[in-house]
Design a protein around this ligand. Structure first.
Ligand code: PEP
Ligand code: MG
Length: 372
C-alpha cells in the first residue's frame, strides 16, 4: 500500500521521459489552471471564454448581442473589457511560462439569450391584465425573435458570431493583449495564443486574423510592449478538415475539436448522448464504443489524418493538437500519437492518464506494433 504512490509517480516520470505528445489541460479559471499544473499539464490547450460570460455577466452579453445600435453595443463591450482583462491576467499568471490557448467566444446563442417562450408569456400576461407590457421586455422579445434559430448548434456560433457582431473580437483580443502587457510588466512570462472556433473556410479565418493582428498591433503601440500571440484555429467541421491545406495558410496552429467534429461528421447531436434513443442505438452494435468517448477512427479519425497531412504540407512545422474530450481518452490518445499530433489537451483530472497513455503509445510505437 505504501508503495502505490511512489510506483505511480515512477510510472508518470517514466512516461514523461519517453512520450512525444505534450499534455495540456482544458481550463478556464485560475483554480483549474493551478490544479492542471499540479497534475503535470504543460499549458492550457483550451480556455473556453464563454464560461466567463455566465452568472452576473450574462446581462452584458445579452445587451451586446441584442443591442439595437452601435452605441448600446459599445457600452456593453466596454463594460466587458476590464472583466475579461482580469480573467486573462489571472489565468496567465496561474500558467506563467506555459502556453495558454485562449479561444474566442463560442457559445451556441440559445445558452445566452433569454427564453423566447417565457418572455412571450410574460408580455402576454401583462396584456391580459390590461397593463402596458414593459417596453424593455417587449423590445427583448422582438430582438430574441429576430435572432431565433431552430438549430443553434448549427448556427451563429464561433467565428460566425465574431464576424457578425461588430467589436466582439476586438474586445476579447484587446483583453488578451492587455493581460499580456500587465503580466509582462509584472515580470511574468505570459504565452497567450488566440484560437478561432468553428472555422469552415479559410476566408473566415483570414478576416478574423486581420482583426486580431490589428488589435495586437494597436495594444503593442499603446503600451510600448510588443505583444506576439500565435493565431490558430479549431478544426471541428468536416469542411475545415477537408480544406486544411488552405486553412493552414492563415493558421499557426490547429486544434481538433473532436466533440463538434464527431457531431458534425456523424450528424448525431452531442447534447443528446443521454437520450433514450442514443442508448438504445448504442446497443445495436453499430459502434464498438460511443464515438463521443472513443475516437471513431474510420470516419472522424480519417478527417484528422487528412487535416494533419494537408496542414503540414502547406505549413511545415504547424503545431497540431486536440482539445475535444477525446484528448483524455486512453484509446484515442494512442491514435493521436500515431497521427503525429504535437499535444493532447484534456480536463485537469485526466492529465495523469493522458501522460501515461502518451508514454505507452511512444513505447509501443518504438516496438513497431503501432501500424496506424
Ligand atoms: C470540441 O468541439 O471538441 C471542442 C473542444 O469545443 P467545445 O467542446 O467547446 O465545442
Ligand atoms: Mg467545439
Amino acid at each position: 500500500s505504501t508503495g502505490v504512490v511512489p510506483a505511480v509517480v515512477r510510472a508518470l516520470e517514466h512516461a514523461d521521459a519517453v512520450r512525444r505528445l505534450e499534455v495540456r489541460a482544458n481550463a478556464d479559471t485560475p483554480e483549474d489552471a493551478r490544479r492542471a499544473r499540479r497534475f503535470g499539464a504543460q499549458g492550457i490547450g483550451l480556455c473556453r471564454t464563454e464560461h466567463m460570460f455566465l452568472g452576473e455577466r450574462r446581462k452584458l452579453v445579452e445587451e451586446m448581442i441584442l443591442a439595437r445600435d452601435g452605441v448600446e453595443r459599445e457600452r456593453a463591450l466596454a463594460a466587458l473589457l476590464p472583466l475579461q482583462r482580469e480573467d486573462f491576467t489571472d489565468i496567465l499568471e496561474a500558467m506563467d511560462g506555459l502556453p495558454v490557448t485562449i479561444r474566442l467566444l463560442d457559445p451556441p446563442l440559445h445558452e445566452f439569450l433569454p427564453d423566447r417562450t417565457e418572455l412571450a408569456v410574460r408580455v402576454a400576461a401583462a396584456e391580459a391584465r390590461g397593463e402596458r407590457p414593459d417596453p424593455h421586455e417587449q423590445a427583448l422579445l422582438e430582438a430574441v425573435g429576430r435572432m431565433h434559430e431552430e438549430n443553434p448548434m448549427l448556427g451563429l456560433r464561433g467565428v460566425r458570431l465574431g464576424l457578425v457582431i461588430p467589436g466582439l473580437v476586438a474586445m476579447q483580443v484587446r483583453a488578451v493583449a492587455e493581460a499580456v502587457v500587465a503580466r509582462t510588466r509584472a515580470g511574468g512570462s505570459p504565452h497567450a495564443e488566440i484560437m478561432v472556433p468553428l472555422v469552415g473556410a479559410v476566408e473566415e479565418l483570414r478576416i478574423e486574423r486581420a482583426e486580431v493582428e490589428r488589435v495586437l498591433a494597436e495594444v503593442s503601440e499603446e503600451s510600448g510592449i510588443a505583444v506576439r500571440c500565435p493565431i490558430g484555429t479549431m478544426i471541428e467541421l468536416p469542411r475545415a478538415a477537408l480544406t486544411a491545406g488552405r486553412i493552414a495558410e492563415e493558421a499557426e496552429f490547429f486544434s481538433f475539436g473532436t466533440n463538434d467534429l464527431t457531431q458534425t461528421t456523424w450528424g448525431f447531436s452531442r447534447d443528446d448522448v443521454e437520450a433514450e434513443f442514443f442508448a438504445a442505438y448504442l446497443d445495436k452494435g453499430v459502434f464498438l464504443a460511443s464515438p463521443f468517448e472513443t475516437l471513431d477512427r474510420d470516419g472522424v479519425g480519417r478527417l484528422v489524418r487528412i487535416a494533419v497531412d494537408e496542414g503540414r504540407a502547406a505549413r511545415p512545422g504547424l503545431t497540431i493538437g486536440v482539445c475535444g474530450e477525446h484528448g483524455g481518452d486512453p484509446d484515442s490518445v494512442h491514435f493521436f500519437h500515431a497521427a503525429g499530433l504535437d499535444y493532447v489537451s484534456c480536463s485537469p483530472f485526466r492529465v495523469p492518464v493522458a501522460r501515461l497513455e502518451a508514454g505507452r503509445a511512444a513505447l509501443r510505437g518504438a516496438e513497431g506494433s503501432d501500424s496506424r
